[in-house]
Write a protein that binds this ligand. Sequence first.
Ligand code: FE2
Ligand code: FE2
Length: 170
Amino acid sequence: MGKKAVEISNLDVSLMIQYLNEALAEEWLAYYQYWVGARLMEGPMRSEIEPELLLHATQELGHAELVVNRIIQLGGTPLLNPEQWKLFAKCDYEEPNDPYVEVILQQNLNGERCAIQRYQGLAALAESKDYATHQMAITILNDELEHEHDIEDWITDLERMKDDMRKMRL
Ligand SMILES: [Fe+2]
Ligand SMILES: [Fe+2]
């Protein structure tokens, strides 16, 4: 690992590594939450939403890769045991024990909102001090904002569909 990488980062590196490991744990849990939820999901628009959730899952895995690379560049050790994921993550893993599409979407939405806070916080912490982490946090943040927007749109569409059905029954 490059000494210069640490030297120029101009901040409390061990604290940054701690936060990055928290983010790493959150990404793995988000990946699994999407991945397993997409497979269990039942209800309207399932066939359209499922591939999109699997795409989000793949993107969460891509985030885990970006974060792990930065941890290593900073001289840290990424979490080595999945048992640490729940301990480090500040975002909840919500067990998808109700497969109804809106419940699954709401769980994923909660995760996205937590991720937005995570990367907003990381970007702010790294700003003007650690440009590489700052840039990485912004890249991921933009994806999470898009994920949140996608999910909100599906929830709106589902609500609309339910409203239309109610009107037809009247
Ligand atoms: Fe992510
Ligand atoms: Fe996301």
